[in-house]
Ligand binder design. Structure first.
Ligand SMILES: NC(=O)c1ccc[n+]([C@@H]2O[C@H](COP(=O)([O-])OP(=O)(O)OC[C@H]3O[C@@H](n4cnc5c(N)ncnc54)[C@H](OP(=O)(O)O)[C@@H]3O)[C@@H](O)[C@H]2O)c1
Length: 317
């Protein structure tokens, strides 16, 4: 099975609450069971041929879980990407008011690196978690110099992840960042999906510059699935249902495959929290969309502003 295009994002297996449209769970939370489920998802992904795993200190126990697991696998074909800049603060309390704190400081970078470097030699990619103009991280020379130092010393690919309606502007700025006359950033983890296709305006240029594109939120945090709360997506739902029938897969596989066929990224992340979703998501690698179907799906995009306004209203569930 060729699962080369898929990576596993570990946000959902690292902390009990995450941004999506799921109904609140009524079963009592058990840390041990949660941990065991997470390991089962990692094993299942590996058995399906997935070798790219994305994590972050902000994803609760995910980074530690991945570290413990990757050592037991000891397979040099495994590639891990992590990030720095968010601290998880909810202590696995499903009712916590605050889940994470953002801090793009040199102190936070150095503090989180001391843990994340344990992922070496599997660690290939180190990313600024959610680079924005507001934190000034892309202008902070101390941080940029430190990232260049880590990149050279450990042979890492250096990256950013982006979020929000101005993703493309942030990417453009990051593409211009140089340290010692050499471009700093090699990888870009970006939100791209049927609803927000803004990345397509710059993707070709990035690929021409040999940059790696990693797609996150390919299922629009669950918004591609039929839901009474979003009647304005009725046309999207029926288009996806028709294509799912045609290719004999679920609509999640159609949405993931759209990312692969329309952008040619290095990886598309599955955010699966269980083996059922992972097995359904994996079907994206079993077929290719016809050009006319890609064209029809390109018509589904909405404005980035609308997309991100709606995303801000989604709850942590
Ligand atoms: N850098 C960043 O700032 C950032 C931000 C977000 C994500 N990420 C990375 O990207 C990864 C993926 O993102 P994501 O999980 O937020 O977004 P996503 O893939 O767009 O959405 C996942 C949602 O789809 C649902 N789902 C998946 N497969 C399904 C299926 N077969 N049937 C029904 N529902 C299905 C999940 O349901 P359930 O809720 O029931 O599980 C969840 O609500 C994360 O794990 C993380 O590594 C990074």
């Amino acid at each position: 099975m060729n699962n080369n295009f898929l990576g596993l994002g570990t946000a959902a297996i690292g902390r009990p609450q995450y941004i999506n449209i799921r109904q609140e769970s009524t079963t009592e939370f058990s840390l041990t069971t949660f941990q065991q489920k997470g390991i089962a998802v990692l094993d299942d992904a590996y058995n399906r041929g997935i070798r790219y795993f994305d994590t972050a200190p902000g994803y609760g126990m995910a980074e530690q879980l991945l570290l413990d697991w990757v050592i037991t696998k000891n397979d040099p074909s495994i590639e891990v990407a992590t990030k720095w800049g968010y601290t998880y603060v909810a202590n696995f309390d499903p009712t916590a008011a605050q889940h994470e704190i953002k801090e793009h400081s040199l102190k936070k970078l150095n503090e989180q690196w001391t843990i994340s470097k344990k992922l070496l030699p599997f660690l290939s990619t180190y990313q600024i978690h959610s680079a924005t103009f507001e934190t000034g991280v892309l202008d902070n020379e101390n941080i940029l110099n430190r990232l260049a130092e880590l990149k050279n010393k450990y042979g890492l690919l250096m990256g950013i992840s982006t979020t929000g309606a101005n993703q493309v502007a942030v990417i453009k700025k990051a593409l211009d960042v140089e340290v010692g006359g050499i471009p700093l950033f090699d990888t870009f983890q970006v939100t791209y999906n049927l609803l927000d296709q803004n990345l397509s305006t710059i993707a070709k240029e990035m690929l021409a510059q040999n940059k790696r594109l990693i797609i996150k939120e390919a299922l629009a945090n669950g918004r591609i699935f039929p839901n009474d709360q979003f009647p304005h997506y009725e046309h999207l739902y029926t288009t996806l249902a028709t294509l799912a029938k045609k290719y004999d897969v679920g609509i999640d596989a159609i949405a993931l495959r759209f990312c692969i066929d329309s952008i040619a990224p290095y990886k598309v992340l599955s955010g699966a929290a269980n083996e059922l979703h992972l097995s359904e998501n994996s079907k994206a690698t079993h077929f290719k969309l016809e050009a006319k179907d890609i064209a029809a799906l390109k018509e589904m995009s909405i404005s980035s502003d609308t997309y991100w306004t709606e995303r801000k209203l989604l709850a942590w569930n």
